[in-house]
Design a protein around this ligand. Structure first.
Ligand code: ZN
Length: 194
């Protein structure tokens, strides 16, 4: 078979030009993982009886859980942009953890250098317009609220603790507020929920 008869992908592979897509890269890593992993059945109840709300920051991967001494199966962890309560979704997950999934206490853990600190609704609007989002659709949202940005990571944690404690569907449980140093991993308690 001559090169030009090969499908585009194979042709690129032959010529060494092919770069894996992000999805292919993940699937390849997954294959290696499954080959080496001894599967095990576990309970879906949080063994350390803890529901945690933290940030989706990529620097928390392989860092957050070891820094808190958490192993697989120990805690229900909700991650979103800025460990925020915007709308009901994070609350819904915390409620599910408390009512159905074995959690008895809640921990809000923010981190230093959070990308959501100083998030700018105007700048976001410009980016949306540049990506072809319609002005009329943007106008349907309060972007400042939607983006959930804040000035101070520590104040945000305290506010989120209050929002959880005051939510009408959340039972009376300890809600703690902490901040983790994104460089050293050290935790600081901002709100002791006991
Ligand atoms: Zn963050």
């Amino acid at each position: 078979m001559v090169l030009k008869e090969l499908p585009e992908l194979a042709l690129q592979q032959c010529q060494g030009e092919y770069k894996m897509t992000i999805l292919e890269n993940v699937l390849e890593d997954n294959k290696k993982f499954v080959e080496n992993f001894e599967g095990e059945e576990m309970s879906h109840h949080a063994q350390k009886k803890l529901a945690i709300l933290t940030c989706m920051d990529c620097r928390l991967i392989d860092f957050f859980e070891p820094a808190l001494g958490l192993k697989r199966g120990d805690a229900k962890i909700v991650r979103n942009a800025g460990n925020s309560i915007v709308g009901e979704d994070a609350i819904r997950s915390i409620g599910a953890a408390l009512y159905n999934l074995g959690a008895e206490e809640v921990m809000v853990v923010g981190h230093t250098e959070c990308g959501m600190a100083g998030a700018d609704a105007e700048a976001l609007k410009e980016k949306m317009l540049a990506r072809g989002i319609k002005e009329e659709d943007i106008a349907k949202y309060d972007l400042a609220e939607w983006i959930g940005g804040f000035e101070s990571e520590e104040e945000n944690v305290k506010n989120v603790v209050e929002k959880i404690k005051n939510h009408p569907l959340i039972p009376d449980v300890p809600v703690h507020g902490l901040i983790i140093d994104i460089v050293t991993g050290e935790l600081k308690v901002l709100v002791d929920g006991y």
